[in-house]
Every structure is written in C-alpha cells, then in structure tokens.
Design a protein around this ligand. Structure first.
Ligand code: COA
Length: 154
C-alpha cells in the first residue's frame, strides 16, 4: 500500500469512496434517513477541495492506483476525515493512515489529537488509545446523528 498527499485531481474518487463507505458500512449504525443526509454531504465539492488544500490530507492507494482510504488533519490537531473504501475494510488501512497522521502531528508539535467519530469508527479509535470524552448529537442536512468527541494525548 502506498501513502501519498491528496491533490485536487483526486476529488471525484474521494467523493465516490466517501459515499460508498457511508451507504454500505455506516448503515449498520445509523438509520436510512440519517445515512441519506450524511451521504449527501459527498456533494460538498468546495468543502472537500478546501480540506485538500488546507489540511494534511493523506490517501492510501494500491499499486494500480485504486484509492483505498483517506485521512486528514488540521494544523490545530483536529483529525477531520478518516474513511476506508467499503471493499478494503479490516485490512489495516486506517491503521496506516492514523500512523501517518500521528507522525505529522508529532512533527508539528501537536500535543493532543481531537476528533469527532462515528459510532462505527469508535472501536477503531479506542483500539488506538483514543479516549471518548463526550457523546454528542450533530445535525447534518436537518438530521440528528450521534457521534463521539475523542482525544489522543501524544
Ligand atoms: C473505522 C474505519 C476507518 C476503520 O478502517 P479499517 O481500515 O477497516 O481499520 P483497520 O483494518 O486498520 O483496523 C484496525 C483494527 O481496528 C479494529 N476495528 C476496525 N473497525 C472496527 C469496528 N467497527 N469494530 C471493532 N473493531 C474494529 C480491527 O479489528 C483492527 O483490529 P486488529 O488489527 O486487531 O484486527 C472504517 O471501518 C471506516 O471507514 N468506517 C466508516 C467510516 C467512518 O465511520 N469514519 C469515521 C468518520 S467520523
């Protein structure tokens, strides 16, 4: 697996991966209306482009350039995105992406990584020593979704 920095040219592949993962992986933890509202944010091209341009935004891909996952970190220490392709779950891809995010955060002198993670992703982050500090409800396209604020002290 190859890790590289995302570029604006990746945007369509990233949107497709994001939509596919939410509608087939997160569906086990959220109801269909919540999934529809969340997956619809895949259409926010400007927002994704801004993240690619402004965040430390990493992509995992295979040797034949299939994108298998992506993750991003703000300079503040906020881990924003973490999505693995629906066909590549459970193969250690998020673990590799998180390792890269932690390396970047360490280089930047960040002391705590903060994230807001889905019910689906919480066990993954707990396995990697994040602590859930708050269960919260977020509103996405007028639907309420539960997630967890989680912290990792570096
Ligand atoms: C959460 C997610 C990123 C994990 O990606 P992944 O590449 O499958 O994770 P890894 O293969 O690196 O998993 C590492 C470990 O965490 C465990 N793990 C991952 N997801 C888990 C889950 N839902 N429940 C329990 N354990 C889980 C794995 O079993 C693995 O443990 P092991 O090494 O002992 O086998 C992925 O499931 C995903 O894309 N989820 C949907 C998107 C999402 O909710 N993202 C967060 C948005 S806020």
């Amino acid at each position: 697996m190859i890790l590289r920095t995302a570029t604006p040219g990746d945007i369509n592949a990233l949107k497709e991966l994001y939509y596919g993962t939410i509608t087939s992986i997160n569906i086990k933890d959220y109801n269909p209306e919540q999934i529809k509202a969340w997956a619809a944010t895949a259409e926010r091209t400007e927002s994704l482009l801004r993240k690619i341009n402004e965040q430390y935004f990493y992509i995992a891909e295979t040797a034949d350039k299939t994108i298998t996952g992506f993750a991003s970190l703000e300079t503040s220490g906020y881990l924003d995105m973490m999505y693995v392709h629906k066909g590549f779950q459970g193969q250690g891809i998020a673990t590799q992406l998180l390792k890269k995010i932690i390396e970047t955060a360490t280089t930047l002198g960040i002391q705590t990584i903060e994230s807001e993670v889905s019910i689906t992703a919480k066990p993954f982050f707990e396995k990697h020593h994040f602590i859930a500090v708050q269960q919260q409800v977020v509103v996405i396209n007028n639907m309420q979704l539960t997630n967890y604020k989680m912290l990792l002290a570096l």
